[in-house]
Ligand binder design. Structure first.
Ligand code: SF4
Ligand code: SF4
Length: 259
């Protein structure tokens, strides 16, 4: 994966900078994160730094469950074809009239999700795209015994495969099921926001292919970005807020049934 090659220099820079200017660096990262925790509308106020702070919006009201994002992610990031490995996937939630909630994601949604519950039994149904939440307080980072998982200066949680020893601690620590052990590379794998693409000014592959613009990528520090506009327009929420991981993936239309 080319992503990790790109990350090596950034990681070295980050570690060196942290050692030299620990207090200053902590301030530059923590301040916008505190803003995130307080109110999404305040995120754009921190415009003092040129360093972007990347995040993603997911509009559940727009997702049609076509799975094109899942397919694009597999192709772009060389994710194994077997139906157990995904950097992103789509879950179909069906709330039945009897209160039962059915969650389905055959093949991660590749090829499109189809309803398996008869119409007459459905109270409501919706699609939820999932991926790594690029948590600010990431349990996976805390669990890694060798520092192979880290947060880049621009807020992306990454894995340096040259450091990863394949212990799986990060996979067990992630409360979102967003990581897997890559059977080819034998190291931990996950969404990188297509770091090799965003570093060149491109959008993540899943965002680029989505036919309904259900995924919005952008800089949380840029009040003119599509992401900040999306967050100001919609009452967004994060997954499992009670865990205090402070995700940087923000959902519109997230209902209480979503786990
Ligand atoms: Fe780590 Fe999981 Fe959070 Fe991603 S979603 S940063 S893998 S804890
Ligand atoms: Fe939903 Fe867009 Fe993915 Fe299709 S490509 S499943 S509409 S997020």
């Amino acid at each position: 994966m080319g992503t990790n090659r790109i990350n090596k220099d950034r990681r070295k820079f980050f570690q060196t900078s942290a050692a030299l200017i620990g207090g200053t660096l902590a301030f530059s990262i923590i301040k916008p994160l505190e803003l995130l925790a307080q109110s999404k509308n305040e995120v754009a106020k921190d415009e003092k730094t040129e360093q972007p702070l990347w995040g993603m919006g997911v509009d559940i009201e727009k997702c049609i469950g076509c799975g094109k994002c899942v397919e694009a992610c597999k192709l772009e990031n060389n994710v194994p074809r077997e139906p157990f490995y995904f950097r992103t996937w789509i879950e179909q939630y069906t709330v039945k009239k009897d209160g039962d909630v059915k969650i389905e994601s055959p093949n991660g949604g590749i090829g499109g999700l189809k309803q398996s519950v008869p119409d007459e039994d459905i109270f409501k149904s919706f699609m939820v795209p999932k991926l790594c939440n690029h948590c600010t307080d990431a349990p996976c980072v805390q669990a890694c015994p060798v520092g192979a998982t880290y947060i880049s200066p621009d807020g992306v949680v990454l894995v340096d495969e040259t450091y990863c020893i394949g212990c799986s601690y990060c996979i067990q620590a992630c409360p979102y099921g967003a990581r897997f052990m890559n059977p080819v590379t034998k190291v931990a794998d996950k969404c990188t926001f297509c770091y090799h693409r965003i570093s060149k000014g491109l959008e993540p592959a899943c965002v680029e292919v989505c036919p309904t613009d259900a995924r919005i990528f952008g800089n949380l520090r840029d009040k003119k970005s599509d992401l900040v506009a999306f967050m100001q327009k919609h009452p967004t929420e994060v997954l499992k807020r009670h865990l205090n991981t402070s995700p940087r993936v923000f959902y519109n239309g997230l209902s209480s049934e979503v786990r």
